[in-house]
Design a protein around this ligand. Structure first.
Ligand code: MG
Length: 161
């Protein structure tokens, strides 16, 4: 098989006095996401999808939440490391698609910046990086604004050797 698919999911709790960072973009909001790293839930879901496509485990294995090395880590730096692992294994991203589930703030104005940021970081064209946003119709933890969740799928293709 010269193609592989992976999926990833993550959720982080909303908390005061934290920045809201999604896809490496800081979004103005009165709450941010809590976590050991910068809690960039979208980037985490994408990393897990990349690792999952090659059965390489999950991000908790590579960046354990109890390791002080990753406290406050910029998730884009973690993404670089996962991308290097994928590349070194002889694979490249064909495309990725993702959904962010957030009741607030409105994410539509920030989608383009997130796509550009992630595309640049992964050496992809923006049209290889799908990011969508939806609310949860006020249902469940995301709907009650207790947290923000993200889902991602990634298609990998074997690099020409
Ligand atoms: Mg996470």
């Amino acid at each position: 098989m010269d193609i592989r698919i992976g999926n990833g999911y993550d959720m982080h709790r909303l908390a005061p006095a934290r920045s809201l960072i999604l896809g490496g973009v800081t979004i103005p909001h009165e709450l941010g996401l809590a976590g050991h790293s910068d809690a960039d839930v979208l980037t985490h879901a994408i990393m897990d999808a990349m690792l999952g496509a090659l059965s390489l485990g999950d991000i908790g294995h590579y960046f354990p939440p109890n390791d002080p090395q990753w406290a406050g880590a910029d998730s884009l730096v973690l993404l670089d490391q996962v991308n290097q692992l994928i590349t070194a294994s002889g694979w490249a991203i064909g495309n990725l698609d993702s959904v962010i589930v957030a009741e607030r703030p409105k994410l539509k104005p920030h989608i383009k910046a997130m796509r550009s940021q992630l595309a640049e970081r992964l050496s992809l064209a923006p049209d290889q990086v799908g990011i969508k946003a939806t609310t949860n119709e006020k249902l469940g933890p995301t709907g009650r604004e207790e947290g923000i969740a993200a889902y991602a799928v990634v298609l990998l293709k074997k690099s020409p050797s």
